[in-house]
Ligand binder design. Structure first.
Ligand code: AMP
Ligand code: MG
Length: 490
């Protein structure tokens, strides 16, 4: 089992991390290796699935060349600052560089206690591991930047939450695990050198173009703002609610990270919340851009000493960059929505048309994913409108919207066939619906049955294809299947 590690983060100064190996588990057993991702990383999937590979994936054996570390970070959790969080149940084994030159972290999550664990046990339960596996891989298949799942194993041990639950370890792959909270860790200690070293590392690793800018740190902030504006728009265009957008759960690479109480919406509502711990609706669907902006403001604060010598000048720089968030988000969100209703050449006034539809969807509990997906067929053939209107509690609410829509479509340059194709590329048929994810977890946890997990992953790997044999996976939950809250992945 040879992994060609090149560990740039482990080479950073000691205060960036704690060096320690994962804690071995009793009886590791493979659930799954992500073969395509393994090959992407230049790893042999068969070797990973062999007994020695499974030992590595469980943390029982540290492969040659790994330099296992827990990364230090801080963060605002639900608005309150915690100066020290860090990897309390994850170990970064190291980094590999893919054949096309992309550097990727390989991290074990659920791999035992670290100096950052505080009172936690350092472990992960099987359910949240499967949830993260399914949702992160679905996100990837949707074309949205995200951390990924290379493998999952069970540990043969129990973790104790409200109940005793089977334990598991997820192998997570990411462009990096550097968070807004990583910058906050050093800023909170007035460690400007630390912030600078981290910023230089991030520029080199994720935002190389910033290196040649007149003010590289301003350019870095601009790049993160742009990446996050784009990311949040793309989440929302597929109905995704992250659920716990704390600053320690926001990357500077622009990848989605930490799939805890996340969920894709079924019935559309702009203030939908799933997290059982998000009482105020801080991280509700429609609040996500505002919260991203709040988090990015915290990032900007950490960079102030690097932005200019004079503090007022630094604040002015930061404010200018932050002001770019809203227009970037709006542009990405509105052009994405325009594609979803079939407009290739959006223009002023379209926003009102889109907002009118979404208000009607919200008032009528219309399924977010199916409404837009079926709208593609309705755009081509008015006879297919019946399948959209059936999603509205009061179908007349949809009917009242269509004349204005049809009039606008008639004025758009696309051919009807090209329009339908564009709409289908903007609106998936399959998302990881909560009730399906819960069903898969239940089968695994209660019956040691992973066939539903495998089947769901297969369907979600082709979210934009009609898969007639998998039609059930596209459907919203029956009332008794509805999942009202999801729980933090601890
Ligand atoms: P999260 O809510 O998963 O973003 O985690 C927030 C912080 O709590 C991070 O510092 C985690 O490492 C830590 N944490 C979460 N679960 C555990 C656990 N079971 N044991 C130790 N630390 C944990
Ligand atoms: Mg986290």
């Amino acid at each position: 089992m040879r992994i060609p590690f090149d560990n740039s983060y482990a080479r950073l100064p000691d205060r960036f991390h704690a060096r320690l190996p994962p804690t071995p588990v009793k009886a590791p057993k493979l659930i799954r290796v992500n073969e395509a991702l393994a090959r992407d990383l230049g790893l042999d999937p068969a070797a990973l699935a062999a007994p020695e590979g499974v030992e590595v994936l469980a943390g029982n054996r540290v492969p040659e060349g790994a330099e296992p570390i827990a990364q230090a970070y801080a963060g605002h959790q639900f608005g309150g600052f915690v100066p020290q969080l860090g990897d309390g149940r994850a170990i970064l084994l190291g980094e590999v560089v893919t054949r096309d030159g992309r550097r990727r972290d390989i991290q074990l999550k659920g791999s035992g206690p670290t100096p950052f664990s505080r009172r936690g046990d350092g472990r992960a339960a099987l359910g949240p591991v499967l949830r993260e596996y399914v949702v992160s891989e679905a996100m990837h298949a949707l074309g949205i930047p995200t951390t990924r799942a290379l493998a999952a194993v069970t540990t043969g041990e129990y973790v104790f939450r409200e109940d005793a639950l089977p334990g598991a370890v997820l192998t997570r792959v990411a462009a990096s695990h550097i968070r807004v909270g990583t910058f906050q860790f050093f800023a909170a200690r007035q460690d400007v050198d630390g912030v600078r070293i981290l910023a230089d590392h991030v520029i080199e690793r994720h935002h190389k173009a910033a290196r040649d800018a007149e003010n590289p740190y301003r350019a870095l902030l601009e790049a993160v703002v742009a990446a996050q504006a784009e990311l949040v728009a793309r989440w929302m265009l597929v109905g995704f609610i992250h659920g716990v957008m704390n600053t320690d759960n926001m990357t500077v690479s622009g990848e989605t990270i930490d799939f805890g109480p996340c969920a894709f919406m079924d019935a559309f509502h702009p203030m939908q919340v799933y997290s059982s711990i998000d009482h105020g609706g801080r991280y509700a669907f429609g609040n996500q851009p505002r919260i991203a902006m709040w988090n990015l403001t915290r990032l900007a604060e950490t960079l102030l000493p690097l932005l200019a010598e004079d503090q007022d000048a630094a604040i002015a720089e930061a404010q200018e960059v932050l002001a770019g968030f809203a227009p970037r988000f709006e542009a990405a969100w509105q052009s994405g929505l325009a594609r979803k209703i079939g407009l290739a050449a959006p223009r002023e006034g379209d926003v009102a048309l889109i907002e009118d539809l979404m208000q009607r969807m919200a008032d009528n509990e219309a399924d977010f994913t199916l409404t837009f997906r079926r709208l593609a067929d309705a755009a081509l053939s008015p006879r297919a409108e019946k399948d959209v209107r059936a999603l509205f509690r009061d179908p007349a609410a949809f009917d009242a919207w269509t004349p204005g829509w049809r009039a606008r479509l008639a004025d758009d340059p696309d051919t009807p066939e090209a329009r339908r194709a564009m709409m289908r590329e903007a609106s998936p048929a399959f998302i990881p619906r909560n009730h399906q994810v819960e069903r898969v977890i239940k089968a695994a946890v209660e019956n040691d049955d992973y066939a539903p997990f495998e089947a769901l992953l297969g369907v979600l790997s082709r979210p934009f294809d009609d898969q007639p044999e998998a039609a059930d996976y596209a459907l919203p939950p029956q009332p008794q299947e509805r999942v009202l809250a999801t729980f933090c992945g601890t």
